[in-house]
Design a protein around this ligand. Sequence first.
Ligand code: CA
Ligand code: CA
Length: 473
Amino acid sequence: MHQFSILTRPILVLLASFLTFETQAQDSNRPNILMISIDDLNDWTGFLGGHPQALTPHMDKLAKQGRVFANAHCAIPVCSSSRVSVMSGVAATTHGSYELGPAYEELPALNNVPTIQRHFKDNGYTTLVGGKVLHHGFQDRLAADVDRSLGRYKGARPKKMMNLPAGWSKAWDWGAYPENDSELGDFQLAETAAEVLQENFENPFFITLGFFRPHVPLYVPPKWFDLYDIERISLPDNPMSDLEDLPGNFLTINDYAVAPRNKDVLEHRKQRSMTQAYLASISFVDHCVGIVLDALESSPHSDNTIIVLWSDHGFHLGEKQHWAKRTLWEESTRVPLLISGPGIQPGDTCTEPASLIDIYPTLVELCQAPGNPHLEGISLVPQLNDPAEPRDQPAITSAYFGNHSIRTRDWRLISYEDGAKELYDHRVDQDEFHNLAGDPAYKETIEELAQWLPQDGAAEFKKVSERAKPRKN
Ligand SMILES: [Ca+2]
Ligand SMILES: [Ca+2]
């Protein structure tokens, strides 16, 4: 055993205490993280412009303070799988959850993959989680990933259905209810978070908040409905002829039993009313986001907190004759993604492709946390420094086993399990009306994009009890 001389010993003690001080100093300078997820929010926000009337002043303010990733996409366009990908930093083709189904801790491929909360906790952060973050919550072996729970989501529901036509899934009701914001779980979560943000923390914090609106049922108080005159709401441009150039496959497999069919929506004349409820829910959740952001701004942590805001996937309101999610088109895959914080200069919107699985490595780099060998996304720090910095990696979205979308700055290629393809040129066709896949002039473009298609995706892992049920008729 090495023996220190009496002379060197005090120097080592001094050095050790200096190092300890240095480490603590670094710790106290490491930025906090405030992660805000919103459920089922598509690009209908002011800063993305997906709907000309959407009122989201609080998110728009945040967008001005940091970087907007205007070409950001989910890994899988459905709740549980998308959130598993965000929290693990792992693609569907590795974890094997391609639709609504297994919980994080049930997926064998993630046995040794720490959630982002766990990873930061293991590196000195205090983790707080409230609302809907992982679809199934932090349960079983994930329970210890959370130092402090800010409560699970609690929904308020009227005694009777308000607007739902007979025979539709009860999950899909909507209406001006309850009377006050304070009766809704999202508002309560925002208020709780606002209080927590005034506290002092010994370690840097990682707070994750998951807001539930605009997920169905679309119940929010009357004042939010009053923001949108039902007769003057712009409805999505949705020509029936849009379907004529589509391969049949995805039109069939996305016919999920819970979401209403567009022909039923039209038959019952509910399109305006449902669109109004979705917009009202967006403005309500924006208000909740504002409560949290205002609280952070007036807190001792305002200068040293990274804010990441995202939605787990997009949402159709009739586009391509479809409602809800699960497709590989822009309405389903595109999500809001905002990042702001110390050192991030406001500036132009980034139109390079980004994926929600890039969030994990981005936060690791921003906080100088140790790497994680499981991560499959790529840090967005270069685009936080310069929004024009090109990205080679497209955003890859998978939906149901064997179907993938490749989204670059200018293109979207969709490839279905049976080999059928769609190609859209986003420079001139942001609505994805014109499928160019059958045009020989685009053969090379398709070949180039197809190089990104996952070749050996993990077999699908699904609990039988949680499989999506196909419609019977
Ligand atoms: Ca969702
Ligand atoms: Ca079309």
